[in-house]
Write a protein that binds this ligand. Sequence first.
Ligand SMILES: CC(C)(COP(=O)(O)OP(=O)(O)OC[C@H]1O[C@@H](n2cnc3c(N)ncnc32)[C@H](O)[C@@H]1OP(=O)(O)O)[C@@H](O)C(=O)NCCC(=O)NCCS
Length: 329
Amino acid sequence: MEIHPFGPDDTAALAAWTDLVNVIAQVDAPWERAMTTARAEARWRHGWDGEPGTPYLARVGDRVVGWAANSTSEYDNLHLAWLDLGVHPDHRRQGHGSTLLAAMEAEARRAGRTSVVIDAWESEAADGFAKVHGLDRKSAEINRRQFLAEIDWATLDRRYDEALPHAADYVLERRFGPTPDEGLEELAVMASAINDAPTDDLDCEDEVFNGERMRAYETAVDAHGDDLYRVVARHVPTGELAAHTVVAVSRTEPAWGGQHDTSVTRAHRGHRLGVLLKADMLRWLRDAAPALRTIDTWNAESNDRMIEVNEVLAYRVMGRVWAYQRPLG
Ligand SMILES: CC(C)(COP(=O)(O)OP(=O)(O)OC[C@H]1O[C@@H](n2cnc3c(N)ncnc32)[C@H](O)[C@@H]1OP(=O)(O)O)[C@@H](O)C(=O)NCCC(=O)NCCS
C-alpha cells in the first residue's frame, strides 16, 4: 500500500477523496450530506478556521483503498494531533487501517505531538479497531438534525414570549456575512465561552480565540460555499456581547444548513438567551433562506442544557460520534 499526501490544488486527488468518503459514509452514516469536490477543496485549503490538516490517500495499485489526515493547531492544544481515518468498505480487515494509523502517528510524533484523537461514527468496526490500537472512548457527540417543515411555530412563539421577560436587559442583533474588522476581538472574547461546553474525559485544553482566528473561521465558511447568519445578544446596561448563535446555509445546496457555535458567556447565563437566540434565528431563516430544509447540529452528549434547548426546537437524533484518544508512547 502506498500513502501519499495531497493538497487542495490537486483536483484528481480531491475527486478521489470525495468519492471515497461518500462510499464510506454510505456504510457508516448514510444520513450525512454528500461530499462535493468544491467542499473538499475548501476543507483542505481552510479547515474549520484556517488550520487545514494534511490529507493522505492510500492506494494499492491504482485502487484507492483508504484515507487519513493529520490536523494540529498552533493556537492551543500543542500536545494534540487530530487524526481522521477511513477505509473503503470493500478493502477492510486487510490491515490498511492499521498501516494508515501508524503513518499518522509517525507524522504526529514528527510534529512534536504527544497524544492523538480520532473521531468515528459509533460502529462495531470503530470500536474493535480502537480497542486493538489502545484508543479509548473519551467523549461522545450527538448529531441532531432539525427538519424545518416540522417546527411547531405556535409553541416556538410561546417559548419566545415566555423567555422575553427573563432577558429584559438584552437586545438581539442579526448579522449576515463577515464581521467588520473592528468587531472581531469582541467576538473572540464571546466565542471563548464555547470552552465551557463539556469535553468529558478528553485530555484537551481550552481553545484560544482571537480576532485573526475569527476572521479565518468566517473566511473558511465562505470558502465552503456557505452564507453566515449570526444572531447576537447584547447586554444593554454594559454594552457587552452576551451570547450568539451561528448558522451556515449552503449557497449551492440551499436546502442544507449547519448549526455552528451557540454560546452564552458566563455572566449572562440564566436569562433564556439560548432559546431567544435560536428562535430568532429560525424566524430570520424562514424569511431569508426559504429553501432551507434541515439544520445539522452537534453537541457533547453530556451537554444537558443545550440538548434541552434543542429538543424544544424539534431536533431528531441522527447518530453518535465517539472521540477516541491515546497518548503516543
Ligand atoms: C475502523 C476502520 C478504519 C478499520 O479499517 P481496517 O482497514 O478494516 O482495519 P484493520 O484491517 O487494520 O483492522 C485491525 C484490527 O482492528 C479490529 N477490527 C477492525 N474492524 C473490525 C470490526 N468490524 N469488528 C471488530 N473488530 C474490528 C480487528 O482486531 C482487526 O484485526 P483483524 O482483522 O486481524 O481481526 C474501518 O472500518 C473504517 O474505515 N471505518 C469507518 C471510519 C472509522 O470509524 N474511522 C475511525 C476508526 S477509530
